[in-house]
Design a protein around this ligand. Structure first.
Ligand code: AMP
Length: 398
């Protein structure tokens, strides 16, 4: 019998879900509830190619979960009549405690709660999802799959910030890294496509979505990654700035900017949004094509930062077998891929085939030339499937 896993991704005002048949590697139904806690919440349940939409009020994640169950009852498949192998929860921050997917019990739940200071925007919502799912499915194994876990292999010289021992010890200040599920899946898939054992493949993975991060993967292990203590560091993102001068908070505080304003601006109003007013990369490309100067500068800032990380990670790895692009922008923007890799043939052995790059806008593609020393790949990420696989593995020991 094939194993079914309900993947739950609870955000601060949303609940996304996906019922995955792990053995067939496909989704049976998926959906999301948005605007939880607002006067009107919206829900969408997709099954057999049809979207079923509803509106109503969902006061909290508990009410959103009731809506999810009702959608499965009404539009199928009825969860009551199915045997779930596990519920897999995406949890953003696992700190230094979790280096692998973990079956959730009261102690694990309490540990995730103790990690809230490290992820104040994410872990509380993830915990809500865990609590309501445990209450509704007390007999189904619940598994936490952490965004940070894949990066627990970072060596100390890559995860240590050069700050005082007190900050490092008392405040757990270090690089953790995020998007681990995606980096793990894409680096493994890249090795598979190159016909290399995972242990032998060195891959630079570029996860470029609304959030964006780069990871250097050596033999299946993350050895450096661009996000840090929080998902703010590194590449330029939709609404987050990536790397900044650490003196910025003090500089702005002296000018009267409050901590709350600073936090909100860096999470929600920076990056592409700060540079152009919009965090939509498609819109950015259209504006660049129309000759908009702000959009051109923003694009160049994004591409330049990306190029810097590719060069840095090539140096970290010493030898690169593949550069792999994934997520919304990585999978769909030939323009950014071309700009980030242009002219790196002599230095890094990366040669992009312009026609193959332009043609690669969905699905898996190799976009490097036949003579390129490094393979350049475009690989759709499969975070839900990966979470389902990990959860099923923990629950069934397979
Ligand atoms: P994600 O967070 O992976 O869903 O990615 C979201 C980002 O991908 C947004 O900035 C979108 O504008 C961008 N994106 C999605 N489709 C395209 C496309 N066809 N061309 C360029 N950017 C896209």
């Amino acid at each position: 019998m094939s194993r079914l896993v309900l993947v739950v991704n609870a955000g601060s005002s949303s609940l996304k879900y996906d019922l995955i048949d792990v053995d067939a590697a496909e989704s049976r139904a998926s959906g999301l509830v948005e605007r939880i806690g607002e006067p009107t919440s919206r829900a969408k349940h997709s099954v057999d190619g049809t979207d079923h939409r509803t509106e109503g009020r969902c006061a909290d994640h508990g009410a959103a979960f009731e809506l999810l169950l009702a959608a499965f009852r009404e539009h199928g498949p009825d969860l009551g009549g199915l045997e779930l192998a596990a519920v897999g929860h995406r949890v953003v921050h696992g700190g230094a405690q979790f280096s692998a997917p973990t079956r959730i019990d009261d102690e694990v739940e309490a540990t995730i709660e103790r990690l809230i200071p490290l992820a104040p925007l994410h872990n509380p919502a993830n915990l809500e999802g865990i609590r309501v799912a445990r209450a509704h499915f007390p007999d189904v194994p619940q598994v936490a799959v952490f965004d940070t876990a894949f990066h627990q292999t970072l060596p100390p010289h890559a995860y240590t910030y050069a700050v005082s021992r007190a900050w490092r010890d008392e405040h757990r200040v270090r690089r953790y890294g995020f998007h681990g599920t995606s980096h793990a899946y894409v680096s493994r898939r890249a090795a598979e496509l190159l016909g290399l054992p995972v242990e032998a493949a060195n891959v630079i993975v570029l996860h470029l979505g609304n959030g964006a991060s780069a990871t250097a993967v050596a033999g299946g292990r993350s050895v450096d990654t661009s996000m840090g203590l929080s998902p703010l560091e590194g590449l330029v993102m939709g609404t987050r700035p990536g790397d900044l001068d650490p003196s910025l908070p003090a500089h702005l505080a002296r000018a009267g900017v409050s901590l709350e304003e600073y936090d909100r601006a860096l999470n929600k109003e920076s990056g592409l949004k700060g540079l152009t007013g919009s965090n939509d990369f498609r819109e950015l490309e259209d504006r660049v094509a129309a000759g908009d100067a702000d959009a051109r500068l923003a694009f160049d800032v994004v591409a330049h930062r990306l190029r810097k990380y590719i060069g840095a990670y090539a140096a970290v790895l010493g030898r690169v077998d593949a550069v792999a692009f994934t997520a919304g922008v990585g999978e769909h923007s030939p323009m950014l891929r071309a700009a980030a890799l242009d002219g790196l043939g002599d230095l890094l052995g990366i040669e992009v085939d312009a026609a193959a790059n332009d043609a690669a806008t969905s699905g898996e593609h190799r976009i490097s030339t036949a003579s390129s020393r490094v393979a350049v790949l475009v690989l759709p990420t499969q975070e839900e499937l990966e979470i389902a696989r990990e959860a099923a593995g923990v629950a069934t020991g397979a």
